[in-house]
Write a protein that binds this ligand. Structure first.
Ligand SMILES: NC(=O)c1ccc[n+]([C@@H]2O[C@H](COP(=O)([O-])OP(=O)(O)OC[C@H]3O[C@@H](n4cnc5c(N)ncnc54)[C@H](OP(=O)(O)O)[C@@H]3O)[C@@H](O)[C@H]2O)c1
Length: 282
């Protein structure tokens, strides 16, 4: 039965173009398709004909090298090239009329002002900072919207990144560098800590395979517990720490080495480095 127009009419899924469909864009396409977004409402670009063919085969979506045509077709235009490829892509798009469209950029460090400068126009824009666990649907994405973005467009941008994980809106674009330092780079910090635990375990006598299994499962267990529990992190830590016990002994060493100060220092330099790299793009 056909549903008549008006209040009951189902909203058509947005037409989304991914310009520069590499690793990240492909995670987003996979996430959207898994959520039932029709393949016909998605298209992608790459420069290499073989890569375009691979996109068509893998996802069943239209894929070619025509950025201008894809942007003109789409309601949401996702700029997914590397930051250093962004200026060239925007120059290609300068002739496209972005009125009524939403531009979403994932390019690390590229501000909305810089993108507007390269495009020669100021469309409604969302800047996103996802991270690599997006590949398996466990990403953490910081989002910032320019004032011209409508509530409906905000919801669409949010749905796009929620297809690959969790999202958080920022009121201040300047905080995007902090999101990059915390969530963008964050997976590497956890890997480094797990590597250190694994090396220490081997040093103390465990074989490498056993150390790896225990370290990874402990990390997964701790994160899952934090995720499912109503208690805050400090309380969860206290629950593992008996007075005078093994955990207390180890934590005292972390404290003596000023773990909190070290983490603050590391994230501060990462934030500052993000700002430097952003300035270099300008
Ligand atoms: N990967 C992540 O988890 C992650 C996290 C946060 C932010 N980001 C951001 O996401 C962006 C993409 O990262 P990525 O890891 O997905 O990089 P990537 O795999 O290199 O993807 C970029 C793609 O853009 C294509 N490309 C370059 N110039 C093009 C043009 N003019 N027209 C059409 N396609 C073009 C390239 O393919 P061809 O050479 O075939 O054209 C390449 O596959 C970056 O800006 C990065 O800062 C990524």
């Amino acid at each position: 039965m056909k549903i008549p127009g008006g209040k009951n009419k189902m909203r058509n899924p947005s037409q989304i173009a991914f310009l520069g469909a590499g690793n990240l864009a492909q995670s987003l396409v996979a996430g959207l398709l898994a959520q039932g977004h029709p393949a016909a409402a998605l298209r992608a670009t790459r420069r290499g004909p073989e890569q375009q063919e691979a996109l068509r085969t893998r996802f069943g979506i239209a894929a070619d090298g025509d950025n201008r045509e894809a942007a003109a077709w789409a309601e949401l235009v996702v700029l997914a090239v590397k930051p250093q490829q962004l200026a060239a892509l925007c120059a290609e798009l300068a002739a496209v009329d972005f009125t009524g469209k939403l531009v979403i950029s994932v390019a690390a460090g590229a501000t909305t002002a810089l993108i507007a400068k390269h495009l020669g126009q100021s469309p409604a824009m969302v800047r996103a900072m996802p991270n690599t666990p997006s590949r398996i649907g466990l990403g953490a994405t910081g989002l910032y919207a320019t004032p011209a973005v409508s509530p409906a467009q905000k919801a669409e941008a949010e749905a796009l990144f929620q297809a690959v994980g969790t999202t958080a809106w920022l009121a201040d674009e300047g905080l995007m560098d902090v999101v990059t330092a915390v969530a963008g780079s964050g997976p590497a910090y956890y890997f480094a800590f797990m590597e250190a635990m694994q090396a220490a375990a081997v040093n103390l006598g465990l074989d490498e395979a056993t150390a790896r299994i225990l370290v990874k499962q402990t990390a997964l267990g701790a994160v899952s517990l934090a995720e499912r529990s109503a208690e805050d992190l400090a309380e969860l830590r206290r629950q593992v720490t008996s007075k005078g016990g093994t955990t207390a002994a180890a934590l005292a060493r972390f404290e003596a080495g000023d773990l909190n100060g070290l983490v603050l220092d590391a994230l501060s330099v990462a934030t500052a480095r993000g700002r430097e790299l952003a300035q270099a793009l300008d």
